[in-house]
Design a protein around this ligand. Structure first.
Ligand code: ATP
Ligand code: MG
Length: 341
């Protein structure tokens, strides 16, 4: 059976980008057709300046939002990365497989190390090695597919390279995974700066739609989205990044009045239906509010029952551990470590 792994870092409140680019596919498609594991990758949140209490709180919130979005623990495994030791155990072996040069080439390392320096923080060593831990997250489970937004493509490529290299050198140990991504909204852009990706840990709040924002806040953010010069509604990432972003979001919601329930539509065709930016913004705002409404309602119910979330995470960690253990043990043996005697 196809095995799937993916995760989200507890570095901030989940965004519309996280949902459209990743979580929605997990819920609607992946958990039904594969043996899927979804992880709150908390160790990755420690690679930049962080507040311990906030990371702990956000870890619970992300897990709760996974369930609110519709991940069903009867169909898939939901767990927290730091609850399963195999991730860090395997990560070290992959540090011994990858090179300094290939890690320094990672776009996200370049961006996030520049941000850390600009903030006057040191660049943590773990920020450089982060993609190796991510490779361990994926390879420990023998995942075939990794459903992620477009920004993670390079990290999944590195994961493939490490798996292939390890297998060649030490014998067939790892499944070589591939990234999958949604056809629409694989890269939702910031509403105030439509040339950069919407992200949960940076950018101004006005540019980022959070899944738990109140309906009127969501509406306001979308109505105030930065649009482009001119007045024509055209799908063109280069010339009209702001308008194109709204068209992608609306198309991913199935178009106006579909409340996220319709099939995704072609954003180019949608463009033809609008003769003003205002009308496009209004329909996009309505569609996103409707898309998020059930999620916010389920989140409120789940947040009132933390015991349930704990149970899901405990059982998830047990299942995850049982899956990862033999793979990581095999890697330890293959690379030349004496099994415990
Ligand atoms: P951070 O700013 O801390 O990196 P993030 O919003 O980029 O936060 P991640 O935890 O790094 O979130 O990524 C979780 C998943 O969401 C990944 O699959 C990633 O590709 C996807 N994702 C993140 N941002 C977007 C976006 N703007 N559009 C589409 N997918 C996204
Ligand atoms: Mg990110």
């Amino acid at each position: 059976r196809t095995r799937i792994f993916s995760g989200v870092k507890p570095t901030g409140h989940l965004t519309l980008g996280n949902y459209l680019g990743a979580v929605r596919q997990w819920v609607e498609v992946d958990q039904h057709r594969a043996d899927a594991l979804f992880c709150v990758v908390d160790l990755h949140a420690l690679t930049v300046e962080h507040d311990p209490a906030r990371v702990r709180r956000l870890t619970r919130q992300v897990a709760t939002l996974f369930l609110a979005a519709g991940l069903d623990p009867a169909l898939c495994t939901v767990f927290v990365q730091s609850h399963v030791d195999e991730h860090t155990r395997l990560s070290y072996l992959l540090e011994c497989t990858g090179t300094d040069g290939e890690l320094r080439r990672m776009i996200q390392y370049k961006e996030k190390s520049a941000q850390a320096q600009a903030a006057g923080d040191g660049v943590r060593f773990s920020l450089l090695s982060y993609p190796v831990l991510m490779a361990a997250d994926i390879l420990a489970y023998g995942a075939h597919e990794v459903p992620v937004g477009e920004d993670q493509t390079q990290h999944v490529e590195l994961t493939r390279d490490l798996a292939v290299r390890f297998n060649r050198r030490y014998g067939d140990t790892f499944t070589v995974p591939r990234a999958t991504r949604p056809t629409l909204a694989a890269r939702v852009m910031d509403l105030q700066d439509p040339t950069s990706k919407m992200g949960k840990s940076h950018g101004v709040s006005a540019g980022t739609v959070h899944l738990l924002d109140d309906a009127d806040v969501v509406r306001k953010k979308i109505m105030r989205a930065v649009t482009d010069t001119g007045r024509d509604v055209v799908y063109d990432r280069e010339a009209k990044p702001g308008v194109t972003n709204l068209l992608e979001i609306l198309a991913a919601c199935g178009g106006a009045g579909r409340a996220g329930r319709g099939e995704a539509v072609d954003p180019r065709e949608l463009a033809g239906a609008y003769d003003s930016y205002g009308a496009l913004k209004k329909d996009t705002a309505d569609a996103v509010v409707e898309l998020l409404r059930p999620l916010r309602e389920r989140h409120a119910a789940l947040a009132a029952d933390p015991g349930h979330v704990d149970t899901v995470l405990r059982e998830g960690a047990e299942r995850a551990r049982a899956t990862a253990r033999p793979v990581v043990d095999a890697a330890y043996a293959a690379i030349g470590l004496l099994p415990p005697v």
